[in-house]
Write a protein that binds this ligand. Structure first.
Ligand SMILES: NC(=O)c1ccc[n+]([C@@H]2O[C@H](COP(=O)([O-])OP(=O)(O)OC[C@H]3O[C@@H](n4cnc5c(N)ncnc54)[C@H](O)[C@@H]3O)[C@@H](O)[C@H]2O)c1
Length: 261
């Protein structure tokens, strides 16, 4: 029960990494607000985790819309009086070649993945300042650390979120708020099913030393750690949970054939 009695907000919690983390937070004793643009999905997710909705609440939010975020925060504060933990997770995939990325594509992906994350983090941090502290975990991506095919807008948004994590860590330290990020590698979720074609999957298998995709619970476990007291001296850090992708250099051997061999 590492998160006993904490009030936690998980954006994009209706499915995937967000849902797995909401489930892990609940098991660790937190009360969890699942907020998602898919309101029905959020409600179904909440009931799946807690059929009587005693420790889980579902809310609708569009993280790209400041008014929607304000309404979400009002609902949380009116129900619980404070917010202790934020998993800043809502996001959309993007796999569009640079030369074909329209301004509309760019603005949509940046608007949700970077501006949306900024707006939610700011609203959450303002509440945490009032109550004397908290923990924020931003969900970045390996795509924000390496130049991958089709990841211009998505990668730029996630790289920006990693830097924002550092600035927030600096400015929020005096308020006893820990701000860290997780950079997931390739994780088997609906988003990956949409964004990863066969060529992408083959390339990932080659580039991941552990030679497999991760599963959402592996990100959730890292998020629990970062939100627990055990991580109290971690600040402004990005934790890669990626099967070794970032660490890898020259790789060869029986399980490391180049994709086209
Ligand atoms: N799956 C991966 O391989 C992977 C890798 C690196 C980073 N990530 C990041 O992890 C996070 C979760 O990804 P996932 O794979 O679980 O994706 P997913 O598509 O399965 O889930 C994303 C959730 O966010 C919600 N959402 C989308 N736009 C929203 C908005 N504007 N407002 C509120 N909610 C919104 C969706 O409805 C959905 O429930 C994202 O930030 C993603 O960029 C995923």
């Amino acid at each position: 029960m590492r998160l006993k009695d904490k009030i936690a907000l998980v954006t994009g919690g209706a499915r995937g990494i967000g849902f797995a983390t909401a489930s892990a937070f609940l098991k660790e004793g937190a009360t969890v607000v699942i907020a998602d643009i898919n309101q029905q999905g959020a409600e179904e997710a909440a009931r799946r985790l807690d059929p009587h909705l005693k420790h889980v609440k579902a809310l609708a939010v569009n993280v790209a819309d400041p008014q929607s975020i304000a309404a979400m925060m009002d609902a949380i504060v009116s129900d619980y009086g404070r917010l202790d933990l934020l998993l800043n997770n809502a996001g959309v995939g993007g796999n569009i070649p640079f030369l074909e990325t329209s301004l509309e594509d760019w603005n949509r992906i940046i608007g949700i993945n970077l501006t949306g994350a900024f707006l939610v983090a700011q609203a959450a941090a303002r509440e945490m300042v009032k109550s004397g502290g908290g923990k924020i975990v931003n969900i970045a991506s390996l795509s924000g650390q390496r130049g991958g095919n089709g990841r211009s807008a998505y990668g730029a948004a996630k790289a920006g979120l990693e830097l924002l994590t550092k600035v927030m860590a600096v400015e929020l330290s005096p308020h006893h708020i820990n701000v860290n990020a997780i950079a997931p590698g390739a994780i088997e979720t609906e988003m990956a099913k949409f964004a990863h074609d066969e060529a992408t999957r083959k390339a990932y298998h080659y580039l991941i030393p552990m030679d497999r995709y991760g599963v959402p619970s592996e990100i959730a476990d890292a998020a629990v750690f970062l939100c627990s007291d055990e991580a109290r001296y971690l600040q402004g850090h990005t934790l890669n949970v990626d099967g070794g992708f970032l660490a890898a250099g020259l790789m060869f051997g029986p399980n490391k054939q180049l994709p086209n061999t």
